[in-house]
Ligand binder design. Structure first.
Ligand code: NAP
Ligand code: F7E
Length: 338
């Protein structure tokens, strides 16, 4: 019998890559989705279609991180071996507009899930393993460069504060109840499936639309921010590896390289033979009340204990995203009959 996994946030960028990875490893994969007025399953539909009756590869369950009863019901029904908690209001800028909601979903939501798992383990004498999607945003106003597992947190947004709370709850459930609970402290990771309002995808999508004449300009915020950008497909592998270890722990996952938004613009627009300096403007609406200036991770622990390393370089990542968005822009043109 293969293992059973439950992924919260399965409709998101990482959820879709992780579901593909776990299915390829023979897991029965269950995903939690929240109800919305239009379908949000575009990233995972290819895993749900099956022409053989009874051979559905990804099973979905309605639930929400704000609903403890629902979370408990899903755990009872799915009886997973591993729970990957990826659900979040994950946009840092938006967390300043919705601080209380973000704290509820990103912070308290994790506590709700941990309690559901602790209770289930106790009643059924089980040992469900738990992965928490931690973030480099917790380092915030960084105390050292590069950041490692021991670097103190100094969160700079409601999102980052909520993630820090979730991190320590996960550590505490490990220490207090012996739960196999791990924190992946993941630095920014991107892909053609990245949400369209994160800076990398916003750039590659706009550059491609400008190239084919669907858009004139791109408005951004802080161009000097520096991030350690990797490929999401590489990062979900690290999540799985952490969950297969004999002992639970916390791991930084990063490339170890840092690049500015300007450098990302250079590569993306160059690939399309465009000059971003003529096409990009700055709009204060996209600035944050408190910014994280630089992130750069040291993933030595994961590299030596998990045997993990990133496969896709920064240059390859930008090229992959630009090419995918150019294809989408050309499809958009054709669908408009232009
Ligand atoms: P994402 O694309 O924004 O996906 C977030 C997922 O959470 C979506 O499936 C979303 O559902 C779901 N969700 C949001 N609010 C929810 C709620 N109240 N109840 C249940 N589900 C809810 O994020 P991602 O980039 O895949 O990131 C995955 C996780 O890793 C997140 O926790 C994020 O904070 C964390 N993280 C991401 C990065 C990164 O660079 N990508 C780095 C570090 C940590 P809908 O589709 O319905 O919106
Ligand atoms: O911003 C700057 C912005 O929104 C990156 C999430 O996945 O990674 C992500 O958070 C940088 C920031 O990602 C725009 O000010 C400039 O300095 O793409 P982002 P993020 O805030 O780093 C972490 C690790 C997570 O955990 C989060 O869930 O780019 N920037 N101009 C802009 N950012 C956006 N979004 N839009 C702009 O127009």
């Amino acid at each position: 019998m293969g293992k059973v996994a439950l992924i919260t946030g399965v409709t998101g960028q990482d959820g879709s890559y992780l579901a593909e990875l776990l299915i390829s490893k023979g897991y029965a994969v269950h995903g939690m989705v929240r109800r919305s007025s239009s379908f949000a399953t575009g990233r995972i539909d290819h895993m749900r279609r099956s022409f053989e009756p009874g051979k559905q590869r990804l099973e979905l369950h309605y639930g929400d991180m704000g609903d403890a009863t629902g979370l408990r019901g899903i755990i009872e029904k799915v009886q997973p071996d591993e729970v990957y908690n990826l659900a979040a209001q994950s946009h840092v800028r938006i967390s300043f507009d919705q601080p209380e909601y973000t704290a509820d979903v990103v912070g308290l939501g994790v506590l709700r899930l941990l309690e559901a798992i602790r209770d289930y383990n106790q009643r059924h004498n089980r040992a469900i393993r738990f992965y928490q999607a931690g973030s480099s945003e917790m380092f915030g106003k960084v105390a050292e460069v590069p950041q490692r597992e021991t670097t103190p947190f100094h969160p700079r947004s409601p999102y980052a504060c909520a993630k820090a709370y979730a991190h320590w709850q996960t550590v505490n459930y490990r220490e207090a109840y012996g739960l196999f609970a791990v924190n992946g402290i993941l630095f920014n990771h991107e892909s053609p499936r990245r949400g369209e309002n994160f800076v990398t995808r916003k750039i590659t999508r706009s550059a491609a639309r400008i190239k084919v004449g669907l858009q004139q300009k791109l408005m951004l915020g802080n161009l000097d921010a520096k991030r350690d950008w990797g490929f999401a497909g590489d990062y979900v592998e690290a999540m799985w590896m952490m969950m297969q270890q004999p002992e639970p722990g916390d791991y930084v996952i990063a490339t170890g390289e840092t690049h500015s938004v300007r450098e990302f613009l250079d590569l993306a627009f160059d690939r399309l033979k465009l000059d971003w300096r003529e096409l990009v403007g700055v709009d204060p609406r996209y600035m944050r009340p408190s910014e994280v200036d630089i992130l750069c991770g040291d993933s030595s622990k994961a590299r030596s204990l998990l045997g993990w390393k990133p496969r896709v370089s920064f240059e390859e990542l930008v090229a992959m995203m630009v090419d995918a968005d150019l294809e989408l822009a050309q499809m958009e043109l054709r669908s408009r009959g232009l």
